[in-house]
Write a protein that binds this ligand. Sequence first.
Ligand code: AKB
Length: 308
Amino acid sequence: MIGSSGQIGSELVPALREKYGNGNVIEADIKTPENLREKDLFISLDALNREALDKIVHECEVDTIYHMASILSATGEKMPQTAWNLNMNSLVNVLEVGRKHDVERIIWPSSIAAFGPSTPRENTPNDTILRPTTMYGVTKVAGELLVEYYFKKYGLDIRSMRLPGIVSSETLPGGGTTDYAVEIFYEAIKHKKYTCFVKETTMLPMMYMPDCIKSHIDLVEADGSRLRHRVFNVAGMSFTAGELAAEIRKHIPEFKIEYKPDFRQQIADSWPESIDDSWAREEWGWSPSYDLAGMTKDMIQKLSKKLK
Ligand code: AKB
């Protein structure tokens, strides 16, 4: 897995190890993971170094690549050229190495950031207007087109899901617009207050990490003969920042929130409020398990233990 030390990788790696065996999963990241155990396979890798990636895939006889390395939306607006370079060239490296070594399968997540202000915002269909206004979104649309191109031209079995904001308790996200939905839990538990960088009424699609892990495993294992598409919307839940705060207050009654929107508000406003994931449901049986109440309860339980 490339980008294994990030928010999703740090929880997807243990889930894959549990399923496929410890020795069958290689972590690769520019950053060494925090809780690395002696028996874990870790290789230091800059996702832009195609030669190094080629060597790993060849020597370790890799059959499946999860490509998780990416600069997210908010950081991408601070350094758009760097975001383009990392997000696009790392993907091209994975596609080229995958093609050269006949890798069986590649998973590369896209994002709701592929949509833009002219996309229908409610129950956004899979096949719709893709005119994002962030560099991160531009790289996701270009990446989706490459995924389809490499499948059609070379038969490379690459699959992608448009992830919403991911809420998790293990590793903090970094540089995304949806980060407030994670930070709010840490601050509510530690300080009983949070200053939110989007408005109270801002509604975005979100997903709890266990469902995110499930989406990766379900999609990689899906029967290829049932897949009519390569890129899928996947929904978990949708809520406003105010609704999230109210749900947290059910567990921490003294929790206070204030809203000070910054440049990320404009990004959030350019994304859908909710998405239609019927293609994923039909073609590979996608079905999320967590709603806002279930996620909030679990997050507070887990983080209260962790932050004690
Ligand atoms: C971000 O906010 O940039 C990401 C995403 C929605 O892809 N979490």
